[in-house]
Write a protein that binds this ligand. Structure first.
Ligand code: CMP
Length: 478
């Protein structure tokens, strides 16, 4: 809020002071004098006139003093502002005026009534003190709370605070109350004594204040996609702090939706309502662009389903994917279609475990989308020995040899795999003996890779011939 110029602030009160000064001059200049030899009645009249004159004079001097104190206050706090670079607290200004005014009043009274005993007046007025004390109880409470607020400085002008049921931007802290402008643009005055008693939530103006906005997405939409799309959409919003990356996370798996929250930081917290609205708007556009769906109340009807469950790929797409896997190259289109019908799709989150070393396993997997890391335990620490991507397969060792899983496999990003079980492979082996051979070569290579990276040793069985007979034995192919 801009202040009027200093000249005007000082000149106006001084003009009033001059006006009252002129009235004083007239009061004394034209005072009637007592003629010599005046009678008793005239002398009494003169005394009454003097008393009235003194009272009017006190009133006029007080007016002069008030005007001068006002001008002085403006001037002194103008110097304060210039020197310190910020506005003096209004409480300090009020106290300054109070002290000057009370001193001026005492001086004026003493000059007009020199016989008046202030000590007696003060000590003899115990009853007056009690009455005043009771009357000023709230005022003094506010004053002292105001002093403590200024000393502690729990918040400042411009901060956003919540006191009781009110939230808003602090406009001023006076000797009586804290003035707040709410987000409905209403002005609320909360008296200092209430502020001192209540618990206050303070969002300092120059702090990194955060907000949380909620939204929900349909269960079909992958969390990785939702989180990425929303985070990118809101980090460029106006008033969102650039150097603090917003956090988007799942807060609940609801009845009809996956519920998310976005935590973002603001440059100017006082504008959080507008920024929340803008964030929600950007989320809507991000959903549109990325073909995501907001959740509506839904009811899931379970239907018995054979073959592929996760994902909505048709058998043709899957057959195409499987034909690109090198070990399945010898298969004809009918065999590929049959394999596709038996394959089960699964989606894994980034970092999620797909198979664990040491477990028993009766299926293998083809990476349909994304990539996976093959990890082994090397001297107590997990080490990635291979990254497999789309079209690669894993889990074949346990499936074809009946031994425990030789390594753990984790999704490196959001990954979709196709699981192929023991029976599906057995059918293929019967018609494609060369499949067993090519598999035994892959397994042999991978075992060598394992031996080089972990504490595994290569046994006799690890020769292609040894592996071939092991697979045949296990699948009872002879
Ligand atoms: P399985 O032993 O069933 O489970 C772990 C899987 O990790 C294993 O099958 C292979 O598919 C895979 N794997 C093990 N070692 C390697 C390697 N050196 N290179 C690629 N994949 C491997």
């Amino acid at each position: 809020m801009s202040r009027p110029p200093l000249k005007k602030q000082v000149a106006l009160p001084l003009a009033f002071a001059a006006m009252f000064g002129l009235a004083l001059y007239v009061l004394y200049k034209f005072a009637p004098t007592l003629p010599p030899g005046a009678n008793e009645e005239q002398r009494m009249g003169q005394t009454a006139y003097h008393l009235t004159q003194s009272l009017v004079s006190v009133a006029l001097w007080m007016s002069v003093a008030l005007a001068v104190v006002r001008a002085l206050n403006e001037f002194v706090f103008f110097l304060f502002r210039k020197r310190k670079g910020y506005e003096a607290p209004s409480l300090m200004r009020d106290l300054f005026s109070l002290v000057c005014t009370v001193s001026a009043l005492a001086l004026i009274l003493w000059l007009h009534f020199p016989n008046l005993s202030f000590g007696a007046l003060l000590s003899g007025s115990a009853l007056l003190g009690v009455i005043l004390g009771l009357a000023l109880q709230d005022t003094l409470g506010n004053l002292f709370s105001g002093i403590s607020l200024h000393a502690d400085k729990p918040f400042q002008v411009g901060d956003v605070i919540t006191v009781g049921k009110f939230t808003g931007v602090v406009m001023a802290i006076t000797w009586r109350a804290v003035k707040i402008k709410t987000f409905q643009n209403h002005i609320v005055l909360v008296s200092n004594s209430i502020v001192a008693k209540e618990s206050i939530e303070v969002c300092p103006r120059d702090n990194q204040n955060a907000r949380i906005v909620f939204f929900s997405a349909a269960y079909n939409d992958s969390p990785v996609k939702v989180i990425h799309a929303v985070r990118e959409a809101i980090r460029e919003c106006e008033n969102v702090l650039r150097y603090m990356t917003p956090i988007v996370r799942i807060r609940n798996l609801g009845e009809s939706s996956v519920d998310y929250e976005v935590k973002y930081w603001l440059s100017d917290y006082a504008r959080y309502n507008d920024t929340d609205a803008l964030v929600r708007q950007r989320i809507w556009y991000a959903f549109q662009r990325n073909k995501l769906t907001f959740a509506f109340p839904t009811r899931t009807i379970f239907m018995e389903h054979y073959g592929l469950r996760d994902g909505d790929h048709d058998a043709e797409t899957l057959a195409e994917r499987l034909s690109a896997v090198d070990i399945f190259a010898p298969l004809n289109s009918d065999e590929l279609s049959a394999l596709a019908l038996d394959a089960k799709g699964h989606v894994f989150a980034p970092g999620e475990l797909i198979i664990r070393a040491g477990d028993n396993g009766s299926s293998m997997f083809v990476v349909h989308r994304g990539s996976v890391d093959v990890r082994v335990d090397s001297n107590g620490t997990q080490r990635t020995i291979k990254r497999l991507s789309e079209g690669d397969f894993f889990g074949e060792m346990a499936l074809f040899t009946g031994e425990p899983r030789t390594a753990s496999v984790f999704a490196a990003e959001e990954t979709e795999v196709l699981e192929i079980g023991h029976d599906a492979m057995k059918n293929l082996f019967a018609t494609n003996p060369e499949l067993v051979e090519s598999l035994s070569h892959t397994i042999q290579e991978r075992r060598a890779g394992l031996a080089a990276n972990a504490s595994a040793t290569v046994s006799e069985d690890d020769t292609p011939a040894g592996l071939l007979s092991k697979i045949k034995r296990f699948f009872r192919l002879d």
